[in-house]
Ligand binder design. Structure first.
Ligand SMILES: NC(=O)c1ccc[n+]([C@@H]2O[C@H](COP(=O)([O-])OP(=O)(O)OC[C@H]3O[C@@H](n4cnc5c(N)ncnc54)[C@H](OP(=O)(O)O)[C@@H]3O)[C@@H](O)[C@H]2O)c1
Length: 332
């Protein structure tokens, strides 16, 4: 089978990408808890970019096959996964011997979601991570009874789902982006409170919107001083939830007095921890609920383009240049 191979990690993303090659690899043999998936599509996520740079929290022995998420059809299985053969699945795999930018994927049955027949397989490729992340984080908004939220990286797919869930619940969203064209795109889709972090009067605009809307939850995917600015703009009894570090910089410039005197907190969100905390049955319930939303067309992951395994470098360059366009799907 053909797979994309990462021969070496490199912090320089251009060099890391240029090192990628396509090679014939051994067809994996399933252990008793494994299945083999014929890949339909595998997305490129920011975590994949961090992975090939060697700066993600998963570091595998190299050479290795990148990619953590995918959709496809089960074509072979060990004895505990035989009931899945012939079924459509989404998977999220992080084991050393797995990687989704490949014609076939080996996955443990615990890392797989069985799909309803009506699920679109491109949407299914991006199903296991972002929709659940948004669902879980949005629950914090509901628990806190917040009537407004702030988020950054607002052109991204997690942010899109958060905005959709907020809309369903009558909750206002202050969206922060880093490019004017992303702001225009969001406004054209109906976002009402969009600001660009590089504008000279950015902090003033953010403060004005916060005074008006009183958000008590903020979602930070960027870090650096933007996370600090968002935290400081929140009123008392608020929470900044950090779920990504796209800037590669530590969270900075938080107002210490707010933490001490105003009952404001910073928390972190990690999907894997949430998944193990809620347990298998609750995860299954939420999975079915989210699948129904996708099937009805209420929730959609924007797809920005597709690439073959062979054109992976060109595809990655396009994704990195304009991540807000939507996910890049790797289709063997
Ligand atoms: N903690 C968890 O469990 C969890 C789960 C899922 C996702 N995540 C994280 O959530 C974040 C968003 O993921 P996604 O899949 O929604 O992303 P995505 O759809 O691929 O889009 C990324 C977005 O981030 C923006 N961006 C990239 N680098 C940025 C920077 N340095 N400063 C400001 N904005 C930047 C991009 O804007 P441009 O168009 O301007 O490039 C784009 O809008 C990632 O950090 C991801 O790792 C975390």
């Amino acid at each position: 089978m053909k797979s994309v191979i990462l021969p070496a990690y490199n912090r320089n993303i251009i060099r890391a990408m240029l090192g990628l090659k396509v090679e014939e690899t051994e067809m994996p043999i399933p252990g008793e808890n494994d299945i083999i998936i014929k890949t339909h599509a595998a997305p490129v996520n920011p975590s994949d970019i961090a992975f090939i740079q060697g700066v993600y929290n998963i570091v595998k022995p190299i050479p290795t096959v990148p990619g953590f998420e995918a959709s496809g059809m089960v074509v072979n299985a060990g004895k505990n996964g035989s009931h899945l053969v012939g079924n459509k699945v989404s998977c999220f795999v992080q084991d050393d011997n797995s990687g989704t930018w490949s014609e076939f994927i080996i996955a443990n049955i615990a890392d797989v979601i069985e799909l309803k027949d009506e699920m679109d397989m491109d949407q299914a490729a991006c199903f296991t991570v972002n929709p659940f992340t948004a669902y879980a984080m949005f629950d914090i908004v509901l628990q806190r009874k917040s009537t407004a939220i702030i988020q950054n990286a607002s052109g991204g797919q997690v942010a899109n789902f958060i905005r959709r869930m907020a809309d369903e619940n009558g909750i206002k969203v202050i969206d922060i982006v880093r490019k004017e064209e992303t702001a225009s795109m969001l406004r054209s889709k109906g976002a009402s409170y969009v600001i660009v972090e590089t504008d000279e009067d950015f902090e003033e605009k953010l403060q004005d919107m916060c005074t008006k809307l009183q958000p008590t939850v903020a979602f930070d995917a960027v870090g650096g001083n933007l996370g600090g600015i968002m935290f400081n703009a929140l009123s008392e009894d608020s929470e900044l939830v950090v779920y990504g570090g796209l800037s590669g910089k530590g969270l900075s410039d938080l107002n210490v007095m707010d933490v001490i005197f105003d009952n404001k907190i910073v928390s972190g969100f990690n999907l894997m921890d949430w998944k193990s905390d809620i347990g298998k049955d609750e995860f299954e319930r939420i999975s079915l609920l989210l699948q129904d939303k996708f099937i009805a067309g209420d929730y959609v992951t924007e797809i920005g383009g597709t690439t073959s395994l062979e054109n992976i470098v060109k595809g990655l360059r396009g994704y990195i240049a304009d991540m807000s366009k939507g996910k890049l799907l790797v289709k063997p």
